[in-house]
Design a protein. Structure first.
Length: 238
């Protein structure tokens, strides 16, 4: 670009600046009212002087960037109206409680209280005395006992019998029996005190007592109500 072109551009810029200032600053005639004696008002016009100056840089107005508007929250779906509660039924009045009729007490006849004179005295049943323990008979206790035991042995010997089957089998042994009797010679109980290892011989000794009952009567010189004796029965083959 030559110097002439630059000069023309500068003149055009100055002219545009003057035009812009002329348009921006309006011409105003300021009237100064002055009060005169005659009541007339004289208006004095003040001329407006415009000074040329270098063109001022045009400052571009900064347009604010529009901010995005916040998205409004979605509207909640309308809630259905709450159901109108049905009026509760009025409670039925309870019937007044019926008075309970208490049964009349039965008239009980109180028996007369017996006097000590009328009360019979209950007698306690007699307590039976415990039977005394049987008297154990043994040889050599006294002459009377020895005499009775000899008589008892002879009596039992009359009923002694050797079992034939045990005799054929050649069985021998001495079972011991124990028995109790009263003064009349009646057997009260008996048992096998010691066996002979042979059933036939043991049973034969017990059968001996059954066959010999009643036993000899106990003499009056012997004291006691019941007596017991232990007797060995010997079975020997000849």
């Amino acid at each position: 670009m030559t110097g002439t072109q630059r000069y023309l551009v500068l003149l055009v810029a100055i002219a545009m600046s003057i035009t812009t200032l002329a348009l921006a600053l309006p011409h105003a005639t300021v009237q100064n009212p002055l009060t005169l004696e005659s009541g007339e008002v004289e208006t004095a016009a003040t001329p407006l002087r415009i000074a040329l100056a270098a063109p001022e840089p045009v400052i571009a107005e900064t347009v604010p960037t529009p901010q995005p508007q916040p998205t409004p929250p979605p509207k909640a779906a309308p809630q259905p109206p709450a159901p109108i509660p049905e009026p509760a039924e009025a409670p039925r009045p309870e019937p007044p409680p019926q008075p309970k009729l208490e049964p009349e007490p039965e008239t009980q006849l109180t028996p007369p209280v017996p006097t000590p004179a009328d009360t019979p005295v209950a007698s306690a049943p007699p307590v039976a005395p415990a039977p005394p323990a049987p008297t154990e008979l043994q040889s050599g206790q006294s002459d009377t006992v020895d005499d009775y035991l000899s008589q008892l042995a002879r009596h039992l010997g009359r009923h002694f019998a050797y079992p034939r089957r045990a005799e054929r089998l050649g069985q021998e042994g001495t079972p011991v029996i124990r028995f109790t009797f009263d003064r009349s010679g009646t057997l009260l109980n008996w048992r096998l005190e010691q066996g002979s290892n042979h059933v036939l011989l043991d049973q034969a000794a017990l059968d001996l007592l059954k066959a010999a009952e009643p036993l000899p009567r106990v003499p009056d010189t012997m004291n006691g109500r019941q007596f017991s004796f232990t007797l060995p029965v010997r079975f020997r083959l000849r």
